[in-house]
Design a protein around this ligand. Sequence first.
Ligand code: ADP
Ligand code: MG
Length: 474
Amino acid sequence: MSSRDEGGVSAPRGTREGKVSARGGARISTEEARTQILRLLDARLSGDATERWFKHMQLVVEDANQVTVFVPTETHVLWIQENFLPELIHALSQVLGCGGRPRVLAMNGEAGGQLSLLEEPQRQSRAKEVAAEALAKSLKTAGLNPLYTFDRFVVGGNNQFAHAACKAIAAGVRTAYNPLFIHGGSGLGKTHLMQAIGQDILKARPEFKVIYLTCEKFTNEFIQAVQKGNLDNFRRRYRRAHVLLVDDVQFLNGKEKSQEEFFHTFNTLLDGRAQVVLSSDRPASEIQTLEPRLVSRFECGLTVALQPPQLETRIAILQRKMEEWEVKIPEDWVRFIAQRIRSNVRRLEGALVRIATFNSLGQGELSTERIEDLLRDILREEAAAKVTIDTIQKTVADYYDIRLADMTSRRRPANIAFPRQIAMYLSRKLTGGSLVEIGEAFGGRDHGTVIHACKKVEQMMQTDDQVRQSVAAL
Ligand code: ADP
Ligand code: MG
């Protein structure tokens, strides 16, 4: 194919604009590069393949490692990726000296037509817009929200490790992090992190099939597929993924058939070396009725936990949200919100929106009482989420069928003493109370007794399955 019959592509234009570095350092126009690449392809491909698949190709060269090749339709993209990628990579490296894989994107419909009529500089900028549109579209197809990026995630001591693991996966370091299992309470950023992984991977590898979905959606689709008898389609869709992100897998609790399907999909993906990321509001071993084989499958990669953020991190999150939403509230209000809402970032956001809205209405100063009043339901939710020593004592007493009074009594038979030790252990783990406070709450015992109780329970959990299960259940 010669460069004359390019069908709709303008002749080389702009000697000053739109130049790219060719191999060896010389500067040539994008059009010239395009022509040379077509010639090389033509020499290597048989029949009319170049004419048929590459004739309308447009190049956007950001640098030697970031080349985007636009072709008219998704069909072109698929066909080129399946059949001609090595030849394309070779031609690009010969002409432009690029080392990596190009991104091959469709410039559907109108955009494609217009692209070829524009002057070089406009063509480049329009092509970038087309690339952005294509990215937006593929994010949507993958089920990803463009706002959940790593940039927008505030890192603190509570989430540092989880964040680092997610970044590593997004950067393509697969190693042993497969599957990655992220667990943590509601509103601590599990969905945000999973989605950020998906986005980074799609940006770097647009040809990858990335799927984000909730476990609930997976289960519902599975049930529908069974009912309609098109289980094959369902399987093909998920088992072809390069990256599968399944949110809230605690939803599998009590769903035997879905667990079965999940197990097989999961094995297929891991055997095929796809990356799997899962999230849950609790550790896998604490999802009741989750089959042991799934628990061990979930835990065979890397497990990371998200904790509630510390005060400084909560303040940093509020500040970041104010920048993003372009709102501003006085510093002491920020502090007030951060001090009162500790366990859930979603709730923190809710409080900020409410106060910022109030502020934007120009109602003047807010007293502490007024803020409390505005946030009443949010603060009530927060209080309910906070586990107290009282509720732990009551729950443990109910579970072991002993009197609540025995939690604070001096009585020592083992059937009472051991539940009391479990309650102390749980109080230490869940309430953030000091050893002295906990000792006090258990009938004025000293802190050594609490330490002893915690050690004993931890030991028992390691050696005695029954104890471990009881503690998990509690
Ligand atoms: P989860 O899935 O754990 O319930 P989400 O990922 O949905 O929580 O997070 C709830 C909200 O809080 C989202 O709007 C998210 O952007 C925000 N969020 C959570 N953690 C952070 C963080 N560390 N930095 C910034 N925003 C966060
Ligand atoms: Mg979530």
